[in-house]
Write a protein that binds this ligand. Structure first.
Ligand SMILES: [Zn+2]
Length: 389
């Protein structure tokens, strides 16, 4: 009897604590995501071995309260649960979305009223170069955290030497070189330092002959930086296998004469919007996103080529066919999927899952230079077949 009462008190106290912390958490510090895969397993712990609690489906939105090794903690039926971050699309900070939505619905004229004082009190800067790096600090050795493009305007928070601290989406700040903005008055020749690579820059590097000569190909290595992608066996992170694979793919494409633009060239974070923008701001002939798959059941294996719209089936079929005949993993064929980088890129686009890092055989295979090089050869030949037809 006494025990029972104690338990009731304990439960009441717990509920009280939750009721205090939950609302403040959900409005102050949560990031929202949209589920982009057809189904997403909900688990009790951040592990593929943890018990299955339920499933989200494509288009569901979730708020993230914690993140661990590629897993996002959210709530499901009032219980804390975990979902794999892989293929969740960030829709930003829910706190900001809420206030933005509120001002929009209250009165549209108030928007102008609130925008004006901001412009008056803060200096604004406009990007003058075609595309530039946004860095974590005021130096070319600082990490690239984002990109900015000609005509983009930002509020300036502070300055350090020739560098400007600007505000980015989501309340973060980053640094850009002032000599690449309209305020910069350094001479033309110096203005290329710290400019991000563009098609023009790539053109001078690649050979002018070859079957892909004159074609602009965007290679999009999935994930990177704070986003590890899928976590495979032995804690192998998808972003790392993707990074080295992309290098092999680019090498084969450049040997065939293509102008290659990479959405990231080492291990740093690039948002899906920026990836789309990089493709759409260039005269892109094909956009190819590279990924590795994960699945809770170990035996799943093989390569899948995803496309979004019917107009992309030609590119998907061509790449699926050369992959199936070139790489030593089984082909799972082409599949339609509504991934953001496919839906919003103007160029013909595909997303290739080059094997399962949760499958021991696939993992050993895809980590080899031989495999990554054969994937590069297959993608290059698939593009040659597609673009020259
Ligand atoms: Zn991925």
């Amino acid at each position: 009897m006494e025990k029972k009462i104690k338990r009731v008190y304990l439960l009441a106290a717990l509920l009280f604590i939750i009721s205090i912390f939950l609302p403040s958490l959900s409005f102050a510090s949560s990031n929202s995501y949209e589920v982009s895969s057809p189904v997403l397993n909900i688990r009790s712990e951040p592990s593929n071995n943890a018990s299955l609690v339920g499933q989200f489906t494509k288009g569901d939105t979730v708020n993230a309260f914690d993140e661990q090794h590629g897993w996002i903690q959210t709530y499901y039926g009032g219980e804390p649960v975990w979902i794999a971050k892989h293929h969740l699309i960030s829709t930003g900070n829910s706190d900001q979305e809420q206030t933005a939505a509120e001002t929009e619905t209250v009165d549209t004229s108030s928007e102008e009223a609130t925008a004006e004082p901001v412009a008056e009190t803060t200096e604004e800067v406009t990007v003058a170069a075609d595309s530039i790096y946004v860095r974590s600090g005021p130096d070319t050795s600082d990490t690239i955290i984002s990109y900015a493009y000609k005509g983009d305007s930002f509020d300036v928070h502070s300055t350090s030497g020739d560098w400007l601290e600007i505000s980015l989406d989501g309340g973060e700040t980053g640094w850009i070189a002032s000599w690449l903005t309209t305020d910069g008055n350094v001479n033309e020749e110096e203005t290329t330092e710290d400019a991000a690579p563009t098609v023009e820059a790539a053109q001078t590097q690649s050979s002018s002959s070859g079957s892909l000569s004159g074609y602009n190909i965007v290679i999009d290595p999935g994930h990177g930086g704070k986003d590890p992608g899928a976590i495979g066996l032995n804690n192998v992170q998808e972003k790392d296998v993707v990074t080295s694979t992309a290098d092999h793919v680019v090498q084969h494409l450049e040997e065939a004469g293509a102008n290659v633009i990479m959405t990231r060239s080492s291990d740093y974070f690039v948002s899906l919007d920026e990836r789309v923008q990089m493709s759409n701001k260039n005269n892109t002939d094909a956009f190819i996103s590279l990924h590795y798959d994960s699945f809770s059941a170990v035996p799943v294996s093989g390569v899948t080529t995803y496309y979004n719209s019917d107009s992309d089936t030609g590119l998907a079929d061509s790449l699926n066919s050369t992959l199936a005949s070139t790489v030593p993993l089984p082909s799972k064929g082409t599949k339609q999927a509504n991934y953001k980088v496919l839906a919003e890129t103007d160029a013909p686009s595909v997303l290739i899952e080059l094997g399962y890092i949760t499958n021991p055989n696939d993992l050993t295979t895809v980590q080899s230079a031989d495999y990554q090089s054969s994937a590069g050869r297959a993608i290059t030949n698939g593009l040659i077949n597609y673009l020259n037809n």
